[in-house]
Write a protein that binds this ligand. Structure first.
Ligand code: COA
Length: 262
């Protein structure tokens, strides 16, 4: 799969795919070629039966992703700027709507589009070197890849506005205390920590995991009544799976379940 990409390193092992953004000399800044590759890789991984979950990380020791490529941004006019934002939003929405769990392993700077990439993922592990920030206002811009929408849903409007309006970087400990990072670890442990977080999900019933992701994330955009209706519908679909029969039977028989994603 790596042959297909110039800016991503993709590796699959033990049912976990790792996608590393690979432009370390530019702190993994997302140029349009890298965004196109990200748009391409997620549907492929979602469709790959050997993959149960995905880790997104940055190559090198310094950065997860230091944002959109400022060199490319600098020349944008109003119309191209809107199109640029739509494209980035489409890429990150594919990640957010991936039916398999996606964990960001944030090993350094996650700024601008990098922070937006991290918050499009379902869970985040931060190394002690991680720095989250939305510095767009310092460039005369605003976040355009979901930052003004997704961040407040995770950490609340007050904290999100603090990040969006000041551009201040938040370290791993603060990110953890805000719920922006699910776990913090030493820099050399960030992939292992993300793998063990995913491993806790991967031994669960895959269709149940998919439905749980779908109802939790789609429900954020619905009123409570519609969200509850969707939850009941997906609960019903879970009840129709072989894995639900297996999971409940295994509990009652005091044994480990063997899920088959059916
Ligand atoms: N776009 C394009 N190139 C970037 C970049 C970005 N978002 N972030 C870093 N780079 C490049 C630098 O231009 C530099 O390239 P060069 O060696 O060819 O000059 C290289 O990556 C290393 O970055 P540098 O600034 O020298 O590292 P640093 O350790 O001094 O600072 C940061 C690190 C992250 C604080 C700094 O790079 C930075 O502020 N980057 C921009 C972050 C940002 O505003 N992102 C939001 C964009 S919307």
């Amino acid at each position: 799969m790596n042959d297909a990409y110039d800016n991503l390193i993709v590796d699959v092992a033990d049912r976990i795919a790792t996608v590393a953004i690979n432009r370390p000399d530019k702190l993994n800044a997302l140029n349009s070629a890298t965004e196109r590759e990200l748009q391409d890789v997620f549907p492929r991984l979602a469709a790959n039966p050997d993959v149960g979950g995905i880790i997104v990380t940055g190559a090198g020791e310094k950065a997860f992703v230091a944002g959109a490529d400022i060199g490319e941004l600098a020349g944008l006019g109003a119309t191209e700027g809107k199109e640029f934002a739509f494209q980035g939003q489409t890429t990150f929405t594919r990640i957010a709507q991936c039916p398999k769990p996606v964990v960001a392993a944030v090993n350094g700077y996650a700024l601008g589009g990098g922070c937006e990439l991290a918050i499009a993922c379902h869970l985040r592990v931060a190394s002690t070197r991680a720095r989250f920030g939305l510095p767009e206002v310092t460039l005369g811009l605003i976040p355009g890849h979901g930052g003004t929408q997704r961040l407040a849903r995770i950490i609340g409007t007050g904290r999100a506005l603090e990040m969006v309006l000041t551009g201040r970087m938040v370290d791993a400990e603060e990110a953890h205390s805000w719920g922006l990072a699910n776990a913090v670890c030493e820099p050399d442990q960030v992939i292992d920590t993300a793998r063990s977080l995913l491993a806790q999900v991967l031994d669960k019933a895959p269709l149940a995991v998919q439905y749980a992701l779908e109802t939790t994330l789609r429900g954020e955009d619905m009123g409570l009544d519609d969200g509850l209706y969707m939850e009941a519908t997906l609960f019903g679909m879970a009840c129709g799976t072989d894995d639900m029969r297996e999971g409940t039977a295994a509990f009652l028989e005091k044994r480990k379940p063997e899920f088959k994603a059916r």
